[in-house]
Design a protein around this ligand. Sequence first.
Ligand SMILES: Nc1ncnc2c1ncn2[C@@H]1O[C@H](COP(=O)(O)OP(=O)(O)OP(=O)(O)O)[C@@H](O)[C@H]1O
Ligand SMILES: Cc1ncc(COP(=O)(O)O)c(N)n1
Length: 267
Amino acid sequence: MKLALTIAGSDSGGGAGIQADLKTFSAHGVFGMSVITSVTAQNTKAVIGVEDISPEMVYLQIKAVFEDLPPDAVKIGMVSSASIIRSVAKGLDEFGPEKVVLDPVMISKSGHALLKPDAVEALKRELLPRCLVVTPNIPEAKALTGMSIKGVEDMERAAEKIMSYGCRAVVVKGGHLEGDAVDVFFDGREFHRLKSERIFSRNTHGTGCTFSSAIAANLALGRDLFTAVKLAKEYITGAIKNSMDIGGGAGPVHHFYELYRRAGLNV
Ligand SMILES: Nc1ncnc2c1ncn2[C@@H]1O[C@H](COP(=O)(O)OP(=O)(O)OP(=O)(O)O)[C@@H](O)[C@H]1O
Ligand SMILES: Cc1ncc(COP(=O)(O)O)c(N)n1
């Protein structure tokens, strides 16, 4: 059995954060573990409360996992504050996982800040250099680079700048632009454009969390980085196509669409 760890926030609504990550790991046949950084009171419509876990407790969860269940890959999502970021960086340095995927979560789809404004610098300095790949969406890529991003060429320029912060690869996600959903992959040598048709659905809660944890699951399974990103893009496209119309806002994507279909269940 391969093992994957998510270091992220809890979403009580079950569509994003830790809950989306664990479902994604399970859908890939990978055993999932979690380090909770923050608890959000959240549903498909809004985030109505956020309470951070203490930095010491974040570090202890990392230690507990690594000392007994060393993960084959790690995904990092919501990290909330500079002090939590420092605890995560300390854990990464101490236990040295090779395959770390960073989704630099800043704002929820419903518009709530999930990273304190003064923590953006800490994220850049402390976490990016410790990661194999970072997966910003357009607003996050803008915040990380200070660049304006209006199309795929701008995404490529932003990817180059983000690489200069010390990670080994970048995927700038195009979900927030119009037209086809094009993601830009850059590993310092080559650019690849990963394209899918835009799916017109309001039920896209958790797309970024699901995409980054699918990359981590595929890395845990031993796939090379570009293959892991391509497979994650296929998986998120299917999960959005089969997303669920539940709740009064942006419903969740369907993490188990493939298993349900194979089992003859309704998706
Ligand atoms: N409407 C859509 N149709 C097809 N693919 C989409 C759509 N929206 C997002 N995607 C894809 O989903 C993945 C996640 O991209 P997105 O830009 O939504 O991330 P995100 O904003 O970080 O997600 P989140 O809102 O969960 O934080 C990317 O591969 C993107 O291309
Ligand atoms: C705990 C947590 N982590 C990440 C997201 C981002 O997901 P989305 O942008 O789909 O709201 C979220 N809403 N909550």
